[in-house]
Design a protein around this ligand. Structure first.
Ligand SMILES: C[S@@+](CC[C@H](N)C(=O)[O-])C[C@H]1O[C@@H](n2cnc3c(N)ncnc32)[C@H](O)[C@@H]1O
Length: 179
């Protein structure tokens, strides 16, 4: 469970390289993050953080009084984000290496859980969504996007789980509350 979603090291490195190129020629991450509603003092979980392009932005937005958990199933993601924590002195970021669908994040700590560009690859969506619900506060928010799947597929997986209610949809993502 979950571990089957771990890509090879070479795939991870190629993905990182591709993100670096995309972020130069199509810099969209800052704009997307602005629409998430992240405020100073919040606790945010960047689930499937990859090389941390969202993590570093979240860290800036939550500030000194907030906290960011950067979760990934791949050791290279965790190593890359740890490197950025050192490089940019991100004292409010904690990395978590997931074991299957166990993130290790404490129960009900997150004001916002973000699962960006990763849900499409999840083999057991209900188990995955249960972990996101476990770590979200009861009034917490889930921001999740389609990645490489249709909006209909994303919506159906969320509704089938019975764990989250979709409260808003934009072109970029869905906003959900614990059901
Ligand atoms: C396409 S990348 C997106 C990275 C980042 N969210 C972004 O948009 O820049 C997907 C990431 O999700 C991670 N991932 C996939 N399945 C996972 C799981 N079950 N638990 C945690 N992370 C996972 C992958 O290792 C990879 O780093």
């Amino acid at each position: 469970m979950g571990q089957s979603e771990r890509m090879s090291d070479i795939s991870f490195k190629l993905m990182n390289l591709t993100f670096n190129v995309i972020d130069v020629f199509y810099p969209h991450v800052d704009k997307r993050v602005q629409s998430f509603g992240i405020q100073p003092g919040m606790t945010v979980v960047d689930y499937g953080c990859g090389p941390g392009r969202y993590t570093t932005r979240f860290a800036k937005l939550v500030g000194k009084t907030g906290k960011v958990y950067a979760v990934d199933i791949h050791e290279l993601a965790i190593a890359t984000v740890n490197g950025k924590i050192g490089q940019y002195q991100l004292h409010n970021v904690v990395t978590m290496l997931a074991n299957g669908y166990d993130s290790g994040v404490p129960d009900h700590v997150a004001d916002v859980v973000c699962a960006i560009d990763m849900f499409f690859g999840i083999k057991q969506p209900t188990e995955f969504l249960a972990e996101l619900k476990r770590i979200a506060k009861q009034e917490g928010l889930l921001i999740i996007d389609d990645g490489h799947q249709s909006r209909q597929a994303t919506r159906q997986k969320i509704l089938d789980s019975g764990l989250w209610s979709i409260v808003e949809e934009t072109r970029d993502h869905l906003r959900c509350k614990p059901a």
